[in-house]
Design a protein around this ligand. Structure first.
Ligand SMILES: [Zn+2]
Length: 457
């Protein structure tokens, strides 16, 4: 995968919309402090800002969870590359759904979801954890170009009959949505075991042999092998139907549940009570589970790859990605070189250069490549001679070749400011109107080429 340019260019890169990274780099971005903060705000342990007001979201019961829905919507709307909608499905019911359209196969959909409604105050584990995990995965994946479409969904009215997810699954079936995998996260943060002991990191994957759901389970187990997580899986088959993934099973879509281990009686002892609070959660465990689901989503989303490698010769640099748009960058000044937007770039002077390659909304930056063997003449080269230098008004260019010469004048930032040709042995060039300073004059004829550093007074 592509390397990022670090150090001096990193500030510059921030302004780009999308920077490609590896699966592991993205897993590592899952931030336990952010997860904790979101659960704390979303379960009413601390105040937060919704609609511009400081509020406390203690209650997420379905008749009283407008603040919670608005909180989720605002968090998702802050992210790039997402379309966020509220899907109202009855008097109170509202799903919050954000879509990140795939660059290669936009019709292939992977869905990561959690319910956000609750049965009592707080309900941190059930299911502020799942909601926070969806937001965190969205925060990280939305910075990437992905082949497939990702839907981040937060369901309402799970607790009174999986109503939100059922409404969506019904809609998905009616509209023939090509949903290839659903990961439902419900209760992600409790790993109690014996009182006073840290948990065993066991978690459940609830699955049934329905509509390809076993493939998701297999892929999840592969991800556990391919990357390092402090987790111990239990595959539960036939898995529970008591959460939103069951809505997808019912409508013919592959789905699984990922969460703490009911199978080993290690679910929250505060389940469905207002004692289900942040302080009862095992945050490192919650962090690992979120990283794990993020890894699945990145893998299935498919990191869209823009080739950011460059081929170089002594006189030119060529971006290896075809059919893109290009902007060559002077690495020493961290600035784009005006007009240098072709796939191939001929530097005028020695230096370090990079290219920003953009395909659609996906941009990647190459490494900086050094060009060190260009020679810069003062006034005489093998075939050409210029005079006077410094010059005030008229530059005389003499050629010893019989073929036409092509003349290019660049300013100090590499921008072409004058271009002309000549058939004469001795040609005159009026530079009186140019600002004083340093210019580079490149003269080419057939395979011969020389570059002169010209001082304009
Ligand atoms: Zn729940």
């Amino acid at each position: 995968m592509k390397k990022l340019i670090i150090s001096s260019l990193s500030v510059f890169l921030i302004s780009f919309s999308v920077i490609g990274q590896s699966v592991q780099e993205l897993i590592d971005k899952v931030d336990v402090n952010r997860l904790e903060l979101t659960v704390s705000e979303f379960s009413g342990e601390q105040t937060t800002i919704v609609n511009g007001n400081e509020v406390t979201i203690i209650n997420r019961q379905h008749v009283n969870n407008d603040l919670a829905a608005q909180y989720l919507k605002e968090k998702l709307q802050l992210l790039d590359n997402l379309t966020v909608v509220e899907q109202d499905f009855n008097t109170y019911g509202k799903n919050i759904i954000a879509t990140q359209v795939g660059k290669t196969n936009p019709d292939n959909i992977y869905l990561v979801c959690a319910h956000y409604d609750a049965v009592a105050d707080y309900c941190a584990d059930d299911n502020a954890t799942g909601a926070a995990a969806v937001l965190e995965i969205a925060r990280i994946l939305s910075t990437q170009c992905l082949d497939n479409t990702i839907v981040y969904a937060l369901w309402d009215e799970e607790e009174i009959g999986l109503r939100g997810s059922n409404y969506y699954a019904n809609y998905a079936q009616s509209n023939n949505l090509n949903i290839q995998g659903v990961i439902n996260m419900d209760m992600m943060g409790y790993d109690g075991d014996e009182p006073g002991e840290s948990g065993d990191n066991v978690f459940d994957i609830d699955v049934r042999d329905l509509h390809g759901s076993l493939v998701i389970k297999d892929n999840l187990l592969t991800i556990l092998d391919d990357y390092t997580f402090n987790l111990d899986p239990r595959v539960v088959n036939p898995g529970t139907t008591a959460s939103d993934h069951a809505s997808f099973w019912n409508k013919g879509f592959p789905a699984v549940l990922v969460g703490e281990s009911w199978e080993t009686d290690d679910e929250s002892i505060y389940y469905h009570s207002s004692a289900d609070r942040l302080s009862t959660l095992d945050l490192p465990y919650f962090h690992e589970l979120t990283k794990f689901v993020a890894a699945y989503m990145v893998t299935k989303g498919g990191l869209f790859s823009v080739d950011n490698t460059v081929s170089s010769s002594t006189t030119m640099l060529t971006a290896n990605q075809n059919a893109a748009s290009y902007q060559w960058i002077n690495c020493e000044t961290n600035t784009p070189i005006p007009g240098e937007t072709n796939q191939t770039f001929y530097p005028i002077i020695n230096g370090d250069y990079a290219v920003k390659v953009t395909m659609g909304s996906c941009t990647e930056m190459s490494d900086c490549i050094s060009i060190a063997t260009l020679s810069i003449e003062e006034s005489v080269s093998d075939y050409f001679k210029i005079s006077p230098n410094p010059v005030t008004a008229t530059l005389t260019i003499e050629s010893s070749l019989k073929t036409p010469i092509f003349i290019y004048l660049y300013n100090v930032s590499g921008q072409l400011v004058l271009e002309t040709t000549s058939n004469k042995k001795k040609s005159k060039m009026d530079v009186s109107s140019f600002d004083s300073g340093i210019y580079y004059l490149k003269i080419k004829a057939n395979q011969k080429s020389s570059t002169f550093k010209v001082i304009k007074e």
